[in-house]
Design a protein around this ligand. Structure first.
Ligand SMILES: [Ca+2]
Ligand SMILES: [Ca+2]
Length: 566
């Protein structure tokens, strides 16, 4: 299906180190008129596609780790829950990370939360890392968590957190603040260099819990890599293993890492080419083997000696290129998901949701060695060095393969998204997480890719078959997105019976934010399309494939318990 959307005009520059987009006007107020004026296609649910309404229920309120006064883009969010993962084996517990530092275990039977590890060891806090950076920057803090595919046997999991290298003290964890953590032999690694200034470091750590039956950590940790980041935006994000891989497969325990461009691509200085440069790890999808004992015959050991790199990675043989790179040319591919064909698990795709600069939010199917164009393209348009958009692609749509600052190696045709939406009314500001739905609660969503917009709290779906068809090398073909409405009963609303249906998560988060004591009249933060306030909505799935929705502003996790399709 061919869908084209006109883009907005005259976007203001967002400086690489700024956390917010200025709000020239409250778009929500102008929505119906602006839709007509922009000549948008009949938006959202008006087409022949089924209209889906999901039913959600409050699952757990996270402890408030933010400020109630509504100040700032991120400090006024009540709990910065950033991901949820079900512990493999047994459907017993969720691991949940709050960017502000805590890693919780949530018992599914009792809904009891236990702080398992606290990463925030900054002054006044009693966690692990004295250089922990969390206080500014949307994704600063304890960014992500992933279980080792062999967790049931080895008790291993992986985390990414951010540090400010300018802060005093050791970059090693402080065992005084984690009784069961054995740090004998723990060594930090030299930060992998990124061209340009360094404001943050992203740190990937492997944790081994020797007893996974309790809710405390006892065991060891190993720093796997540390990466220089130019600014505090777009850090290393998601960690994904291919869930279809089994022991003995080449993909078994091979880790994919969504590595943001750390704000480099929108810079007017020389770091602008970092997402394109193959000699740096920012703005890429990386592929490594964390366990040095795994795949020894088909991998090489990394420069820092802490992990392995598969020899079938695309740039292993290219002189000057980083061997870890699997795909490149991304701005902020902060959410990765392996979409598995339920009828044939071997038929799977790695999907990356990447946040755009001023114009396009994108869903991308990741291919080995492919160049996703940024910062010479944004979505299916040309991005100029002054960050202005040119709607047409060049007649000869090729980009030099940039190995280093000065060395190129031929040219490549960029790979384009399979879904994109604009920073316009009815669109959003920043794409969140997405999943190919395979659960039972909402039969009408099976075979659909469901995703969020972070700020507006929109939930959309696209037909996965359309996405595969759009993955055709033709920038003009796209899968269409369709609105998902949300039925929710406000547990804080006294005397009200029955649920209401909402267009987005925004009013739901707003009601809960105020009920929990949040003082901002709307919601904390601001963005172009969401206006005053950000819902900060993301999706997660459990082991059964059922969806959960969490919003940072109110710090509440909700479960998708059902749904209707008309
Ligand atoms: Ca334990
Ligand atoms: Ca296409």
């Amino acid at each position: 299906m061919r869908v084209t959307y006109p883009g907005p005009r005259g976007r203001e520059e967002q400086a690489a180190t700024m956390d917010h987009v200025s709000t020239p006007r409250d778009w929500k107020r102008y929505l119906p008129l602006a839709c007509l004026a922009a000549g948008l296609p009949a938006l959202l649910g008006a087409g022949p596609a089924p209209s889906v309404t999901i039913e959600i229920k409050d699952y757990v309120e996270l402890p408030i780790t933010g400020k109630l006064d509504g100040t700032g883009q991120t400090d006024g969010e009540l709990a910065r829950l950033n991901s949820l993962h079900e512990e493999p084996g047994g459907a017993r517990r969720f691991f949940i990370n709050d960017l502000n530092g805590p890693l919780y275990i949530l018992d599914k039977a009792t809904r009891k939360l236990t702080t398992y590890l606290d990463f925030n060891g900054r002054e006044g806090h009693h966690g692990l890392f004295h250089k922990f950076a969390f206080e500014t920057g949307f994704a600063n803090g304890l960014v992500s968590l992933q279980f080792d595919p062999d967790y049931r046997k080895n008790g291993r999991f992986y985390t990414v957190h951010l540090e400010d290298p300018a802060l005093p003290g050791s970059a090693a964890p402080d065992a005084a603040n984690a009784a069961g953590l054995n740090l004998r032999g723990y060594e930090t690694t030299p930060a992998i260099t990124t061209p340009g200034d360094t404001l943050r470091e992203g740190v990937l750590i492997e944790w081994t819990d020797t007893n996974t039956s309790n809710a405390t950590f006892e065991g060891t940790a190993r720093e796997i890599l540390r990466l220089q980041l130019n600014t505090r935006i777009h850090p290393i994000g998601d960690l994904e293993f291919n869930p279809a891989a089994r022991a003995g497969d080449a993909e078994w325990r091979v880790l994919y890492i969504g590595s943001g461009d750390s704000g480099s691509g929108e810079s007017r200085t020389s770091i602008r080419s970092n997402p394109q440069r193959l000699d740096t790890l920012v703005g890429k999808i990386l592929r490594i083997v964390p366990d040095l004992a795994e795949h020894q015959a088909t991998t090489v050991v990394s420069e820092n000696g802490r992990y392995r790199i598969p020899m079938d990675n695309p740039f292993v043989a290219m002189e000057g290129a980083r061997k870890e790179i699997w795909a490149y040319g991304f701005r902020n591919p902060h959410r990765l998901h392996f979409a598995i064909d339920p009828a044939d698990a071997r038929n799977n795709r790695l999907v990356a949701n990447s946040i755009g600069l001023h114009t396009w939010e994108t869903v991308n199917i990741v291919h080995k060695g492919a160049n996703y164009g940024y910062s010479q393209r944004e979505g299916t348009e040309t991005l100029k060095p002054d960050n202005q958009i040119v709607k047409q692609l060049p007649e000869s749509d090729r980009i030099p393969v940039q190995v280093t600052a000065t060395v190129t190696s031929g040219t490549i045709v960029p790979t384009y998204p399979v879904i994109q939406y604009g920073h316009v009314p009815g669109g959003g500001d920043a794409i969140g997480s997405g999943y190919l739905y395979n659960g039972k609660a909402v039969p009408g969503l099976r075979g659909k890719y469901v995703f969020t917009d972070i700020t507006t709290g929109h939930i959309w779906y696209a037909d996965y078959k359309e996405m595969l068809a759009a993955d055709d090398g033709d920038p003009r073909t796209m899968a269409e997105r369709h609105e998902v409405k949300i039925r929710w009963h406000d547990p804080h609303a006294a005397g009200e019976s029955g649920a209401s249906v909402y267009d987005t998560m925004f009013p739901i988060a707003e009601a809960a934010y105020h009920a929990r004591g949040g003082k901002d009249p709307d919601l904390p933060g601001t963005s172009l399309v969401s206006g005053k306030g950000r819902a900060d909505a993301q999706l997660a799935v459990d082991a059964a494939g059922e969806l959960y929705i969490f919003t940072k502003t109110d710090g509440v996790l909700r479960a998708v318990t059902g749904g209707t399709v008309k």
